[in-house]
Design a protein around this ligand. Structure first.
Ligand SMILES: Cc1ncc(COP(=O)(O)O)c(C=O)c1O
Length: 400
């Protein structure tokens, strides 16, 4: 009898975490490493949120809570959905979990049966396909390339839907590309979905607040009320409020789905951390004043990185609407040899040689389902980004 499960054999460890770990190892050996792999803001959780957490500890809010969230937080989430997205949910339509990740995982575990297909636009956040596989479903990646700024078209979505399609996972702004769908672009997709009433929509709005220029964020159930009854609108405090370590994610959706997700959670982790829930309550109900300065900072960094990467030989870097990632195409580098003699046969070889030879850690595109590319997380200072981009330029200039 095998010790490890067949389920485990279906999935792989997160490649983004692997890159971060490798960069940390090299740093510990004394190497001069710049990590552009991690997907988290580089600033501290705002003070009012930290204080709310401290107050919660002192008030003894340290016991088990209701499995899928304290009533105050559910109320705050309902208010947030109404205020920011024009969506009306009642508290029994809200679930709170340990990060956005657990929310998506619960939803897939609660709904996927063998043979069920889940459409995932590629490039995708690395966890989507593996979570579908863990849940016993079949991921159906559909590549949306650089020619459409990494956005899925209506025709592509239409062609991917089959009688077995259970979910369509939508993520805007996107990890790893930063691409954000305009209302018109999203409307083209929701029109298709309206014609296929058996398909459910999982909208991952994690980067909602990180949008630039005059881009206006929209979410499917908001622009197409006809989809409200089969949409799970997912969000969380990790990225907008610099709260990645606190682990709070949430979703709004139909009562029967929310209840089913709570059942999965009740037999796995139970409630998300009680103290973190009080911190999230303050994040949503307290001042939102720091969101705009954070956005402005990220926008400056995006502009710097896009400009500098487009000056690197063989690299084409689109300018995304949001998040804190860019996803440059490196077709012009493939097949060449690095200054230290490594053949750049694919984007994994590129990222590996870049790390070895220049100390810059990025994540290779194959991990996200579209090659040859790499992902840069620009959630770090402009000085560090400039240094990193200059090293990438030198590396590319040295390719023969
Ligand atoms: C697109 C997307 N969704 C969800 C998550 C998960 O966020 P959390 O840290 O709250 O689990 C991430 C985190 O990287 C993400 O990039």
């Amino acid at each position: 009898m095998a010790f490890l499960s067949d389920t485990l054999a279906r999935v792989k460890p997160s490649p983004t975490i692997a890159v971060t770990t490798k960069a940390q190892e090299l740093k510990a050996q004394g190497r001069d490493i710049i990590g552009l792999g991690a997907g988290e803001p580089d600033f501290d959780t705002p003070e009012n949120i930290r204080n709310a957490a401290k107050a919660a500890i002192d008030a003894g809010k340290t016991r088990y809570t209701a499995v899928d969230g304290i009533p105050e937080l559910k109320k705050a989430i309902c208010a947030k959905f109404l205020r920011e997205n024009g969506l009306t949910y009642q508290p029994n339509q809200i679930t709170v979990g340990t990060g956005g990740k657990q929310i998506l995982y619960n939803a897939l575990m609660a709904t996927c049966n063998p043979g069920d297909e889940v459409i995932i636009p590629a490039p995708y956040w690395v966890s989507y396909p593996d979570m579908v596989l863990l849940a016993g479903g079949t991921p159906v990646p559909v590549v949306a390339g650089i020619e459409t700024q990494f956005k899925l078209t209506a025709a592509q979505l239409e062609a991917a839907i089959t009688p077995k399609t259970k979910w369509f996972i939508f993520n805007s702004p996107s990890n790893p590309t930063g691409a954000g769908y305009t209302e018109a672009e999203l409307r083209a997709l929701t029109d298709v979905l309206m014609r296929h009433p058996h398909v459910w929509i999982m909208s991952d709005d994690m980067y909602e607040h990180l949008v630039f220029d005059d881009f206006k964020f929209v979410t499917p159930a908001q622009i197409e009320p006809g989809l409200y009854d089969r949409t799970l609108t997912c969000n969380g405090t990790s990225k907008a409020y610099a709260m990645t370590g606190w682990r709070i994610g949430y979703a709004g959706g139909p009562v029967h789905l929310i209840k089913a997700m709570g059942t999965i959670q009740s037999q796995s982790t139970s409630n998300p951390c009680s103290v973190s829930q009080y911190a999230a309550l303050e994040a949503l109900n307290g001042t939102q004043d720091y969101l705009a300065p954070h956005r402005a900072l990220f926008q400056r960094r995006r502009d710097l990185v896009v400009d500098m990467l487009n000056q690197a030989k063989g690299v084409t870097c689109p300018k995304p609407e949001g998040a804190f990632y860019v996803y440059p195409d490196i077709s012009g580098c493939i097949g060449k040899t690095s200054a230290a003699g490594t053949l750049i046969k694919d984007d994994e070889a590129f990222a590996s040689a870049l790390l070895e030879e220049t100390g810059v850690a990025v994540v290779f595109g194959a991990a996200f389902g579209l090659s040859p590319n790499f992902r840069v997380s620009y959630a770090t200072s402009e000085a560090i980004l400039e240094d990193a981009c200059r090293r990438i330029q030198d590396f590319c200039a040295g390719l023969k």
